[in-house]
Design a protein around this ligand. Structure first.
Ligand SMILES: [Zn+2]
Length: 662
């Protein structure tokens, strides 16, 4: 692609590396269909009401003026509430979000600082800057540019006196993201030097991901019981100070799952400034190493709450799900040679994210397990999380996810489309939506995307424009798709293999309809103990297990609940490994308002399996997956697999036996 400096949108300004695509401004893409329903359910659940329940995002928030209040929860909440409110055009929620924006803007002091006076921690400010950037894209309020310019001018000298430390040192990549955003709008060269300083003070994620030092569970390197035993006072200020500051031998921050997935963006963003391919390669090497040593079928990594290997009964934190999604989003424009990152983004969004929230979005789990056969208050083999971590509740284990989960869907939506540097549009990830954007000659184009994807393989794009206009439209063909077909106005225009972007450059007329079909075949992925994952399109499938929900404590609708199994779960799948399609019958149902509901899943894979009697509960979780292929003479039974996100109890790393060898 050639560089086009007269683009309609903000691309990287030199010397930042030019990328072939860039984000559309906030609000250009609106949700439709099932995704709009999903976000509406979220808004009617905890996201629209958290401030009425938790004083951390109310009277005790230091971002609303409380002295010595909570500094992190407010910005976390706003980072999801603000986009959710505006994307749904929900006036009541827009009003809720506005008071925080007002407070943040008014908090700016003459020296350039902003935020709560009593707490000078950089980390919560990084989050609030990300909120203000969205607000600026939505409102064009110049006060944001002014505040950010003054704050970053303040930050340079401040970092010399008080360098990044603790969480801020691990998460400096989020500062880099904000600094680049401002530089691309103002061209202030001092921001480039600030970016260099921030990178230097941030944990060395390039070095870490180039050669991952933690290829086993964190417990192999640091015994948590022994770490705790060094502090007779327990979880005391001295304990936190040592661990968070890096004074303790345990490398706390760089094994911490949320920091690790947040850290993935750091080398990629720094690469834009340095053009050094070492940084670019580190991101891919990091994803590859994390997947090999800690990866699970839903696209995530074991981390409860430090890297915990690839056993499917280890957990991963909800913050790591939404933050991994955000990291992938910040990298989409940099890694356009193939479709790995958008494929991963869809996988995490369409599987891990809904799985960890209750279907009404009032409760969430701190930790989800890929093989999750019992949700209860009990001691499990977590590295250092408590016995309530896998409950569906208000704030199991810790309050961080309660305020951070809201960003998942709204930010995902912003990444459906990208502007390309030849003034075209690129469909990056798919979901029902409507995008309005300027293309060649500054003509406004609206593209309605009608689809039930990921629950269906057909995507219909209807183009509206004031006058005929020529521009390139690129469609991502995911790597899992062997051969996509593209029709224009009912006539086949082309076919495309997967793992690439299919380009259509033509004179578009209002009313043109592009139909993209992405045939979904059953795929088998291999995991630890030779277990298999069952995937079809962007969805992962899991054994449907009968669920009995038992309220444990708390106030409805956000009380803490256990989920107990009412049907067996210890099945091995009958598989024809060479022709996996032959082992399953796909049954389609109407897509309900909440498709991630085990009672009405839009897709069911019917299969056969045999129970493995020796595979039983161990430490309140499914025992280790029996080594496959398993030998078993039990009776063959009919079983159902449903989308992972709908199955709150599930097996998704399966043992199997070969149907062709029985
Ligand atoms: Zn969390």
């Amino acid at each position: 692609m050639t560089k086009n400096t007269s683009s309609n949108y903000v691309f990287n300004r030199q010397p930042l590396l030019h990328t072939p695509t860039t984000e559309l401004p906030f609000g250009a893409i609106k949700p439709q269909g099932w995704l709009r329903d999903q976000m509406r359910i979220q808004a009617d659940g905890i996201s629209g009401h958290l401030d009425e329940i938790s004083d951390r995002v109310g009277s005790r928030s230091s971002w609303l003026g409380c002295d010595r209040g909570d500094s992190q929860s407010g910005p976390y909440y706003l980072d999801g509430l603000f986009p959710l409110a505006h994307l749904l055009d929900d006036e009541a929620l827009i009003k809720k979000a506005a008071k925080w924006i007002d407070w943040a803007l008014k908090s700016a002091t003459p020296d350039g600082a902003f935020g709560p006076l009593h707490d000078d921690d950089y980390w919560p400010r990084m989050i609030m800057l990300k909120v203000l950037m969205q607000y600026h894209e939505q409102s064009a309020d110049g006060k944001v540019i002014q505040l950010m310019s003054r704050y970053f001018a303040f930050l340079g000298p401040q970092l010399k006196k008080t360098p990044l430390s603790s969480w801020g040192k691990a998460r400096g990549g989020d500062f880099l993201y904000c600094i680049n955003w401002l530089y691309n709008r103002t061209g202030d060269a001092s921001l480039l030097e600030l970016s260099r300083v921030v990178y230097e003070q941030t944990d060395d994620w390039t070095g870490i991901f180039a050669d991952l030092p933690f290829t086993r569970s964190t417990s192999f390197y640091y015994n948590w019981e022994r770490v705790l035993a060094q502090y007779p006072q327990g979880l005391s200020p001295a304990f936190y100070n040592d661990l968070f500051s890096g004074a303790h031998v345990m490398r706390f921050h760089i094994t911490h799952i949320v920091n690790v997935v947040m850290g993935l963006k750091t080398p990629g963003i720094h690469y834009l400034q340095t053009h050094d391919p070492r940084h670019k390669a580190a991101v891919m090497s990091g994803i590859e190493s994390l997947t090999r040593h800690h990866g699970v079928v839903n696209g995530m990594f074991g981390g409860d709450e430090h890297l915990s290997g690839n056993d499917p009964t280890q957990g991963h934190e909800l913050c790591s799900v939404v933050e991994y999604m955000f990291s992938l989003q910040t990298l989409l424009d940099i890694y356009t040679e193939d479709t790995l990152l958008p494929d991963l983004l869809e996988k995490v969004a369409y599987n891990a994210l809904p799985a960890q929230n209750s279907k009404d979005y009032w409760r969430h789990q701190y930790l989800q397990q890929p093989n999750q056969v019992l949700v209860s208050k009990a001691k499990r083999n977590w590295y250092n999380n408590n016995d309530e971590s896998n409950l569906f509740g208000f704030e199991p284990n810790c309050f961080c996810c309660t305020s951070n989960l809201h960003q998942g869907w709204p930010k995902f939506l912003k990444n459906l489309w990208r502007a390309s540097d030849d003034r075209g549009l690129t469909a990056m990830v798919y979901a029902p939506s409507r995008v309005t954007a300027k293309v060649a000659d500054g003509v406004d184009v609206t593209i309605e995307q009608e689809t039930a994807y990921p629950f269906d393989d057909k995507i219909v794009l209807t183009i509206s424009c004031g006058k005929p206009v020529a521009f390139p439209l690129r469609l991502r063909i995911p790597a899992w798709c062997k051969q996509a077909t593209v029709d224009i106005n009912g006539k086949q225009q082309g076919q495309s293999a997967g793992n690439r972007y299919h380009a259509i450059d033509r004179l578009w007329q209002s009313g043109d309809v592009v139909t993209l079909t992405l045939p979904m075949q059953i795929r088998i992925s291999k995991w630890g103990n030779n277990a298999v994952g069952i995937e079809r399109g962007p969805l992962v499938y899991a054994l449907k297990i009968g669920e009995e929900w038992r309220k444990l404590k708390g106030t409805d609708p956000y009380a803490d609940w256990e989920v107990h199994p009412t049907t067996p779960w210890n099945y091995a799948l009958e598989l024809d490994l060479k022709h996996p399609d032959r082992s399953f019958t796909v049954e389609r149902k109407p897509v309900a308002r909440q498709p991630y509901d085990a009672a009405c899943p839009p897709l069911i894979l019917r299969a056969k399996g045999k129970r493995i009697p020796q595979w039983q509960l161990q430490d309140h979780a499914a025992g280790p997956v029996p080594q496959s292929p398993v030998a078993c003479d039990a009776t063959l039974e009919d079983i159902e697999l449903i989308p992972y996100g709908a199955a709150k109890l599930r097996i998704s790393h399966f043992p199997y036996f070969d149907s062709t060898r029985q």
